[in-house]
Design a protein around this ligand. Structure first.
Ligand code: CP
Length: 327
């Protein structure tokens, strides 16, 4: 029944519970079975910043559990644009919802909103700060992908590439990885876009090894997981400023084949910037078996279904509310 605002609220037991419930969601996500466990419940899906995956998968996850979704998309469609506070907005909107998912361009805005909310609030991304549900689906994906090679999260080597300063997904994922043992991090970014010190400190305090570099090629050969990110152009002062960095690190089939191990798992939270000036992850890898980017998105649905079920306390009632699949 509590908010999910930061990965720092979680421990290994909580993560394993979420992952077990996510596995239970598989037949419902695949439409092999149907449940109405959240019949009559309402999700407030409040997205004050663009989103494809997170917004739609939160909504779809709620629908697949039998609930209804009310959406607010963009600042312009809410009275926040008239100067209303996040607190007042939360007081009002939480009257109409049983749970709220929210994304907003400012760091800590979702926390501020949650303080005014009468119902649980789940952070769908707050500026450059955190994206806890993405980090959970990334970790769930890493665990599944590595298990195919007989490997664990503890002891793995992960290379994170791109805009590590503004990329909230790498901030949240790094801190989840701090709960495991003996991980090697290679952090590859332009020096101006390096991982923030507070995240580096958490990684070091967890006893993990870190290599920091601004070179892609030559630093990938040990990576079990290669986690690419987009230059977060919307966080820069101007487009020109962002354009200085777009296209600096590009992975394509020939670079992968030459510089990575044969089974390095390729991840990206998406969206990838497919415009020629950036193209950080080339389409020529689209059918490569190690490309996990769409499996990440598929896993996102399971994780978000699990989070709703756990937040609303119905994770053990899925079967008792099953009904026939009619299509
Ligand atoms: N990964 C992710 O958060 O994607 P969207 O911005 O499309 O939701």
């Amino acid at each position: 029944g509590s908010h999910i605002l930061s990965v720092n609220q979680l421990d290994l037991d909580a993560i394993n519970t979420i992952f077990n419930v996510a596995e239970d969601m598989t037949p419902y996500a695949l439409r092999e079975k149907r449940t109405k466990v959240l019949d009559g419940a309402i999700l407030g899906n409040l997205f004050f910043e663009p989103s494809t995956r997170t917004r739609v998968s939160f909504g779809c996850a709620f629908n697949l559990l039998g609930g209804n979704v009310r959406e607010t998309v963009g600042m312009g469609s809410s009275s926040l644009s008239k100067g209303e506070s996040l607190y007042d907005t939360a007081r009002v909107l939480s009257t109409y919802s049983d749970v709220i998912a929210m994304r907003h361009p400012e760091a800590y805005s979702v926390k501020e909103f949650a303080e005014g909310s009468r119902v649980p609030v789940i952070n769908g991304g707050d500026g450059s700060n955190e994206h806890p549900t993405q980090a959970l689906l990334d970790l769930f994906t890493i665990q599944k992908e590595l298990s195919h090679h007989g490997q664990d999260i503890s002891g793995m080597h992960i290379a994170m590439v791109g805009d590590l300063k503004h990329g909230r997904t790498v901030h949240s994922l790094s801190r989840l990885l701090c709960m495991y043992k003996g991980i090697q991090f290679t952090l590859i970014s332009p020096s101006d876009l390096a991982m923030p010190d507070y995240v580096i400190n958490d990684i070091e305090n967890a006893g993990h090894k870190i290599t920091i570099t601004d070179q892609l090629e030559g630093n990938l050969h040990q990576a079990d997981i290669l986690y690419l990110t987009r230059i977060q152009e919307e966080r820069f002062a101007s487009q020109d400023e962002a354009d200085k960095y777009r296209g600096k690190f590009r992975l394509n089939h020939s670079i992968y084949t030459k510089h990575c191990k044969s089974n390095t798992v390729i991840m990206h939270p998406l969206p990838r910037d497919s415009r020629a000036a950036a193209n950080e992850l080339d389409n020529d890898l689209n059918s490569h078996p190690s490309l996990a980017i769409f499996r990440q998105a598929d896993n996102g649905l399971l994780i978000r279904m699990a989070l709703f079920a756990l937040t609303l306390g119905v994770e053990n009632q899925l079967q008792q509310h099953e009904c026939p699949v009619n299509w």
